[in-house]
Design a protein around this ligand. Structure first.
Ligand SMILES: [Fe+2]
Ligand SMILES: [Fe+2]
Length: 201
């Protein structure tokens, strides 16, 4: 279980400054303020997980290649693509914290995972809303293929995570297949929200 928490702790301690800069460049002050709050919440997740690891006498990792690759890739992108990439991490994280919250069998770990989970459950709709507005500016015919591509990418990432964290997920009582199915279900909800027709949109 600790290896998974170590890995997600590094992931939470991500690359907020770049996202804030891209939000600033988009020229929407309200959105930039919301993004700053979002980044602060993610940093708080990293802090909570670091303290949980400390309570278990487990060191934090200084970095993991998958996060380095992810962060480098994201830096090259515009806000829309960055949000789509970030959303992959958010959906995977949501499903992981749900599994950890429900299956940790340790009150402190379950409590920390529950706190992070309730933030992540709001992060996903927050990004959905921005992506909905952002995709509305693309030609209608390109929106669904883009989200299908996103879903395939998420499926691939979730399979890598399921294999990588397989033994830990099994100990949490979730298992690889249930984890991948949970990610697939959550991704369906994201696609519906992002593509949902809205009055005037
Ligand atoms: Fe988080
Ligand atoms: Fe998040």
């Amino acid at each position: 279980m600790w290896a998974g928490i170590q890995r997600f702790q590094v992931g939470e301690d991500g690359d907020g400054a770049h996202l804030v800069r891209k939000a600033e460049e988009a020229g929407d002050d309200d959105y930039t303020r919301a993004v700053r709050l979002f980044v602060a919440e993610e940093q708080n997740h990293a802090r909570l997980l670091a303290r949980l690891l400390a309570a278990g006498g487990v060191p934090t990792l200084s970095g993991h290649w998958s996060d380095t690759v992810f962060v480098r890739l994201r830096r090259l992108m515009g806000l829309r693509t960055e949000l789509l990439m970030l959303m992959i991490a958010e959906v995977v994280a949501l499903c992981y914290y749900r599994a950890l919250h429900e299956g940790a069998g340790d009150p402190l770990t379950s409590d920390v995972a529950g706190r992070i989970l309730s933030d992540e459950q709001r992060h996903v709709p927050f990004h959905c809303e921005r992506l909905h507005a952002s995709l509305a500016r693309l030609p209608r015919a390109t929106r669904r293929p883009l989200m299908t591509l996103w879903r395939l990418l998420l499926l691939a990432v979730s399979l890598v995570v399921a294999v990588d964290h397989g033994p830990a997920l099994r100990r949490l009582g979730t298992g690889r297949l249930r984890f991948a199915a949970d990610v697939a279900a959550s991704s369906g909800a994201v696609v519906s929200a992002v593509l949902a027709p809205r009055p005037g949109g």
